[in-house]
Design a protein around this ligand. Structure first.
Ligand SMILES: [Zn+2]
Length: 256
């Protein structure tokens, strides 16, 4: 049995270590070098900018890839259980990102992932049969053990997407300052096409630190975006897509 003072000491020690760890993590985050989509800090150099970015150059299962020759397989259905949340949006200097309040999940087989955030790339990072699309949304999820799963929704030109209208209207004027906009409720489901067939492969984050072990689910059907919506994004981010990475023999599967 432990005495109350022992408990207090342990508690204090854990609080201090938590604070310490958080401070260290924050300091590391602050010192992570800047990276970009072109020039001296562009994709070819990412792996050399910081030791923690090494996977960007030495990794063998990097994303994005060109999706082709996918083998048909009996794959589990993607079960989305997404809820409407108040908007929290940030222009993080690399993309427009929406941080999603907890409670929305994606179930794949027995694995349950929680949606953390979604963001956009223009043009699409992933290619399909060598073709790039105008825009892609990446819906980033994590399971309880920290495994990441990203759902990619590709957009072709067509009618305007109402959720994108809402998002673009609320892009913060200042970079790197997340904005809580409680008066605006959003439902990420509104980005998804009706058909949920998908391609899947093992890849990585497409931005530094390019961490591997990410399960990718690229929806086969496209959503639509209007030329005006693409142009509005391109005004802020004319090109925020990492080049295609070698597949290195990875198998790409597709749901039947
Ligand atoms: Zn992305």
């Amino acid at each position: 049995m432990s005495s109350p003072s022992f408990c207090r000491t342990v508690l204090l020690a854990s609080i201090l270590s938590l604070v310490g760890l958080t401070a260290v993590a924050a300091a590391q985050e602050a010192h992570r070098p800047h990276w970009a989509y072109e020039g001296k800090e562009g994709p070819k150099e990412w792996g050399n900018l910081d030791a923690s970015y090494a996977a960007c150059s030495i990794g063998h299962t990097q994303s994005p890839i060109d999706i082709k020759d996918a083998r048909k397989a009996d794959l589990p259905t993607l079960k989305f259980d997404y809820h409407a949340v108040p908007l929290n949006i940030i222009d993080n200097g690399h993309t427009i990102q929406v941080n999603y309040a907890p409670g929305s999940t994606l179930k794949v087989g027995e694995r349950i992932y929680t949606l953390k955030q979604f963001h956009f790339h223009h043009p699409s990072e992933e290619h399909v049969d060598g073709k790039t699309l105008r825009l892609v949304a990446h819906l980033v999820h994590a399971d309880a053990d920290g495994h990441l799963a990203v759902v990619a929704v590709l957009f072709e030109l067509g009618s305007a997407n109402p959720l994108i209208d809402t998002l673009w209207t609320n892009i913060p004027s200042e970079k790197e300052k997340p904005q809580d906009i409680p008066s605006v409720s959003i439902q990420v489901q509104d980005l998804l096409p009706d058909e949920r067939d998908y391609f899947t492969y093992a890849g990585s984050l497409t931005t530094p630190p390019c961490s591997e072990g990410v399960s990718w689910f690229v929806l086969k059907s496209y959503a639509t975006v209007s030329p005006q919506q693409v142009a509005a994004f391109a005004k802020i981010y004319p090109m925020n897509a990492r080049p295609i990475q070698p597949t290195n023999g990875r198998e790409i599967l597709q749901s039947k």
